[in-house]
Design a protein around this ligand. Structure first.
Ligand SMILES: [Zn+2]
Length: 310
């Protein structure tokens, strides 16, 4: 019985989730529309704060200022040159002084090498740095990711929280929602929160259980983020349009429902193929897209989480 091997962590999560269940009762039943991708270009969130969207690329958040540009995520390597030009042409823009990696994925870390070679600061959670120093293979499709050269690796890592001189704060999201190195970046003055792929504004997320993510972590992470925002906070996800607290609550409720369904199937000894056949995302698919791939990964993530050696 695989779930007997590490039962306590799941029970702990269940207990933690029960405590915030009351908070979710009033949540609007709306989930950000997957069919409405934000247009490519730049969206200004404040005088000095911009979301940069390039075709096919993950969101980049740029803060300009006298001390140089702060970037949250750096796009893919193929887009790095174009991104740096866009950043330089922003009002108050210029060269990047500091880059924060929300996690290790290549869609976020493609500018690390250029920024590292320029001798600038790259901030990440320590787990993200560790993933970037090793080759990773996704077991479900065989996709391989080469480690980054030394010059491209984060230069400043942390475990819990950190703060920049500008007042910008960042912190670890320890639930392992997307990977085990996820972080948020909070701009208190502008009331903007960047969350990387812990929240999705464009369809079902990748459940990267090879580097620690799991469906229970998605639920836990979304609940944790609710403690950092208010009704007016603009939330910048890894992909898609800027989101709000209502979206966060709705996603939290949706993934909580799916997590419960998959856990019940796991407890009855079902497997990933049966989980997909049961269509546990059915009522959400119209807005989020076909859920089959997500359900398979999410179910496999339960296996990986409760029985890492399986
Ligand atoms: Zn990612």
């Amino acid at each position: 019985m695989i779930i007997r091997s590490r039962p306590t962590r799941r029970q702990l999560l269940k207990t933690a989730m029960a405590g915030v269940a009351g908070m979710m009762l009033a949540a609007p039943r709306r989930v950000a529309a997957a069919q409405a991708p934000a247009d490519a270009g730049t969206e200004r969130l404040a005088d000095n704060l911009f979301v940069i969207r390039m075709p096919g690329q993950a969101n980049v958040l740029a803060q300009t200022g006298a001390g140089g540009v702060l970037l949250v995520d750096g796009g893919s390597m193929a887009a790095s040159d174009a991104l740096m030009k866009m950043v330089a042409s922003l009002p108050g823009g210029g060269p990047v002084q500091t880059l924060i990696n929300t996690h290790w994925h290549p869609e976020q870390t493609g500018s690390n090498e250029a920024i590292g070679r320029a001798g600038k600061t790259i901030i990440a959670h320590e787990n993200t740095r560790l993933w970037l120093t090793t080759d990773v293979t996704w077991t479900w499709n065989g996709q391989r990711f080469k480690r980054l050269p030394k010059v491209a690796q984060p230069t400043k890592t942390f475990y819990t929280t950190g703060k920049l001189d500008s007042g910008v704060r960042y912190g670890y999201i320890p639930d392992a929602a997307h990977t085990d190195g996820d972080l948020y970046v909070l701009f208190p003055q502008e009331n903007v929160l960047a969350v990387g792929d812990v929240m999705s504004g464009a369809g079902w997320p990748v459940v990267d259980y090879v580097t620690g993510g799991w469906i229970g972590g998605i639920v836990g992470g979304l609940q944790r983020l609710q403690t950092l925002v208010n009704e007016d906070t603009r939330i910048v996800p890894g992909r898609g349009p800027v989101l709000r607290l209502a979206d966060l609550k709705a996603q939290s409720e949706m993934f909580g429902t799916i997590y419960d369904r998959l856990s019940q199937m796991l407890n009855r000894g079902r497997g990933p193929t049966e989980a997909v056949a049961a269509q546990p995302t059915k009522e959400f698919d119209a807005r989020m897209g076909n859920g089959d791939e997500f359900v398979r990964r999410a179910f496999e993530s339960l296996w990986a989480y409760v029985s890492p050696d399986a």
